[in-house]
Design a binder for this molecule. Structure first.
Ligand code: ADP
Length: 424
């Protein structure tokens, strides 16, 4: 019997040569080869099994015996699936032997062997067809390696990798949820703070609206009186002068009414959650801010300065207004009860953007508090403060691509700077 790879055909029978000397040499070579094969069978730690075409076991090397607990005598002549293959693989093994008879078996595959003690081992096989001297298929030789532990380790590794992938996916999900919650909460807080600020400026607003309203109703009264006077004028009366007076009073009343409408519209825009992105006029916003704050600023000397050529800026006007209102309100609170209270609202243009400074001559921020100013809920105003104003203001400014920072010096009052980048 000679062994050929499953894909190759037998080369021919060397010992059929008629030459005597050649025959002797060939016999010696054959014996050596057999000894060599036996030695391999005996010493190999791998599995070597030889079967005929009906799966009867012919050779069962030491490796096989040690692995299965069966001796060669016990298994020789028995069919593979009677003694070694577990039931669930019988069909597959029988199919393979059917293919073997046709000379069509695949070189490598994996299958299980059941040991004498009932354990199952996974084995990786390489097979080769055995041909007789006449080239007939006689059986198959399989060489195998026990890969049970290796496969278990691979599976464990894969399970760990999968668990890692699962936990990464879960983490990403939790992260996304968390980010969404933070975004929702920030939006809520921003709205809360906006409402709180609205409450804070309501007093100023009432004052602002009351003045033009008083003017409005006063001038209406005067206008009515002028009309009465006009009625009482005889044909010789100075109608022209009376009409001019009436005109002037109506104009003043209209201006006052316009002021009320302006203030209320500003208020409405401010209360709205979203605003439209537009070209920003920082000076205009600063003036509007001072008008909105009105009475809150009484007793404080406010200076509005600008420096440099205005650069194009884009953003939501009401958001900038909210930030500045917050900084100014903080400054007013810091200055409560102070003598010669002063706030400087300084706008500087240039260097790729604009900076608005809100500077007061109050007590400033203690050094140990400076690192916490923009943290949520940091407040030194106990019950009266929310500790959200600066945090939300910074969030707004950063969402516009800018920065908001405290740049005060010791003993010099508070200095906050809002930097906004120029629009591209
Ligand atoms: P709140 O005003 O509700 O306390 P903010 O976030 O607006 O919340 O301000 C946080 C803290 O920063 C204030 O409590 C105060 O201690 C400090 N602060 C802010 N502006 C000034 C300022 N102009 N002068 C001194 N301290 C200030």
């Amino acid at each position: 019997m000679t062994v050929e790879e499953s894909t190759a055909r037998p080369v021919g029978a060397l010992h059929r040569t008629p030459d005597r000397q050649w025959t002797g040499w060939a016999e010696t070579a054959l014996r050596r080869e057999q000894d060599f094969s036996r030695a391999i069978l005996e010493t190999s730690r791998g599995l070597i099994v030889m079967m005929d075409t009906s799966a009867h076991i012919l050779v069962f090397n030491r490796g096989c015996q040690e692995l299965t607990g069966w001796s060669e005598e016990e298994v020789r002549g028995r069919k593979l699936w009677e003694v070694l293959a577990p039931e669930y693989e019988h069909e597959d093994r029988q199919r393979r032997f059917a293919l073997l008879k046709e000379g069509r078996i695949s070189g490598g595959f994996e299958s299980h062997w059941r040991t004498r003690s009932g354990d199952e081992r996974l084995i990786s096989w390489q097979t080769a067809i055995l041909y007789s001297d006449d080239g007939l298929i006689e059986g198959v030789v399989g060489t195998g390696i026990d890969i049970t532990e290796k496969r278990a380790a691979e599976l464990a590794l894969e399970r760990e990798r999968q668990a890692l992938r699962d936990s990464e996916a879960r983490l990403a999900l939790i992260n996304a949820e968390l980010e969404q919650r933070v975004a929702e909460r920030t939006a809520q807080l921003m709205q809360m703070e906006r409402l709180a600020l609205m409450g804070a400026i309501t007093a100023g607003l009432v004052h602002e609206v009351r003045n033009p309203l008083i003017t409005l109703s006063g001038y209406h009264r005067l206008a009515r009186r002028a009309i009465e006077g006009l009625k009482g004028l005889g044909p010789a009366g100075d109608v022209g002068a009376a009409v001019a007076l009436l005109d002037e009073r109506f104009t003043t009343a209209e201006t006052a009414a316009g002021a009320v409408v302006d203030i209320l519209e500003n208020m409405l825009a401010f209360a709205r959650k979203e605003g439209k992105v537009e070209q920003l006029d920082l000076e205009g916003i600063a003036r509007e801010l001072l008008r909105l704050m009105g009475a809150q600023l009484s007793g404080i000397r406010v200076r509005l300065d600008t420096a440099g050529m205005p650069v194009p800026l884009k953003g939501v006007k009401t958001q900038v207004l909210q930030v500045l209102l917050n900084l100014m309100t903080n400054a007013c609170q810091a200055l409560a009860g102070a003598e010669r209270a002063e706030i400087e609202l300084r706008i500087e243009h240039g260097g790729g953007g604009s900076t608005v400074w809100v500077i007061d001559n109050g007590p400033g921020v203690a050094e140990e508090h400076r690192g916490q100013l923009f943290r949520p809920f940091f407040t030194t105003r106990s019950e009266a403060g929310t500790g959200l104003g600066l945090m939300i203001s910074r969030h707004i400014v950063e969402s516009m691509g800018g920065t908001l920072s405290y740049r005060g010096e010791d003993g010099g009052g508070a200095r906050f700077a809002m930097d906004l980048p120029a629009a591209r």
